[in-house]
Design a protein around this ligand. Structure first.
Ligand code: PLP
Length: 366
């Protein structure tokens, strides 16, 4: 028997979530953000689940190459542009669109123009207050004209720092004011909203939206309750099985460091999933795991430290659970955001950290 851990990717949920993006931003085109192996869901899954998108936004030319090899003819946006001059030829041959966020990248395109007439679709990035990537408002217009004079189609992009928060500075409104001033009168499409802006700032969408986390059915805030109104569906379920059961007497301890102590005689279920699979090692006792028990199931709390290949749960809520009983670590019964919150992080980090050793299966019916 294979080790029973499995990440199931629900293709219908991808389609549903993309349709939700379209409903929330009906005028906009969509860059589906698929960096980090499609937030851990693997690129294989997006060609089926997100094929209705207008384009894929990602970081690595390697991934762009893979998509072209699979026959993807739609647009591809390199979200951080080119990292070194050697990538230019490949970006041309793969027909990628480029983000340009620093002067070195502008110079690179000026050099290209000396021996090539290739015109890119460039998304020029404005630093409107997040202070991560992009040109300051004072240099932005100059860069725009330099790229425009080379014959490229130049569009306008910025990224919001706080679209998932209330009153945190810079606010979406402040960044929008900066963007409007910097781009005033310049031709080109606009590309603005991440998932949080699509959900909560519908006046700041732009001609192109850039959803990531909401396509995967998780919350930009890391709090599951915040997206309940949006009717998104989780795309990934991480499941496994109980591979052993221990019968403890009151006062006995579980696992490394003996973190959990049995308050009474009880059963402990040992599950084939550990931090080497991407389960957060910091998950404390009490973190919910769904355990199948006689056709239905129950939430069973983690009891004892997460180890490399296993976790241990308190089976008192699942009296019928036995070796071979199925468990869900996150997905449909337990939101990834809820597990993440218990471990002091957000769902993004959990799904992106799904380990390569975990097999992935595409599920085509909901
Ligand atoms: C990752 C990323 C996104 C997607 O953000 P979500 O919060 O996952 O929707 C959008 N734009 C840029 C520039 C990104 O790097």
């Amino acid at each position: 028997m294979n080790r029973p851990i499995l990440a199931s990717i629900h293709i219908e949920a991808f389609r549903h979530n993309l349709a939700r993006v379209r409903a929330l931003a009906p005028e906009a085109k969509t860059w589906s953000v698929v960096k980090a192996a499609a937030y851990g869901h693997r690129l294989e899954s997006i060609l089926e689940g997100l094929k209705e998108t207008d384009g894929f936004a990602l970081l690595d030319l390697r991934d762009a190459q893979w998509l072209r090899n699979q026959g993807w003819q739609g647009r591809i946006l390199l979200l951080e542009g080119l990292f070194e001059p050697e990538e230019l030829a490949q970006a041309v041959s793969l027909d990628c669109d480029l983000v340009v966020h620093c002067q070195e990248q502008v110079v690179l395109l000026e050099r290209l123009a000396q021996h090539s007439s290739h015109a890119f679709q460039v998304f020029l990035k404005l630093n409107s207050g997040m202070n991560r990537l992009g040109f300051s408002p004072t240099t932005y217009r100059d860069m725009y004209h330099r790229l425009h004079s080379l014959g490229h189609q130049v569009h306008h992009m910025t990224h919001f720092a706080n679209a998932d928060a209330v009153d945190q500075k810079p606010t979406v409104g402040e960044q929008m004011d900066c963007f409007s001033t910097a781009t005033n009168g310049l031709a080109g499409e606009t590309c603005l909203a991440n998932s949080a802006a699509i959900l909560w700032h519908r006046t700041a969408l732009g001609d192109w939206v850039r959803p990531g986390i909401m396509l995967y059915g998780l919350s930009p805030t890391g709090i599951h309750a915040d997206i309940e109104h949006a009717h998104l569906q989780p795309v990934m379920s991480l499941t496994s099985e109980i591979i052993d059961i221990q019968h403890l007497a009151a006062g006995e301890h579980v696992g490394y460091g003996g973190r959990f102590t049995a308050p009474e005689a009880m059963r402990i279920g040992v599950i084939a999933c550990g931090y080497a699979d991407g389960y957060p090692r910091h998950a404390p006792d009490g973190t919910p795991v769904w355990v199948e028990s006689n056709g239905t199931g129950a939430i069973c709390p983690i009891a004892g430290r997460v180890s490399m290949d296993m976790i241990t749960v308190d089976l008192r809520n699942a009296p019928n659970a036995q070796i071979g009983s199925r468990v869900e670590l996150w997905g449909q019964k337990v939101p990834a955001d809820t597990v993440a919150a218990a471990a002091g992080t957000i769902g993004y980090e959990l799904i992106c950290a799904l380990a390569p050793r975990v097999p992935v299966e595409l599920i085509r019916k909901s």
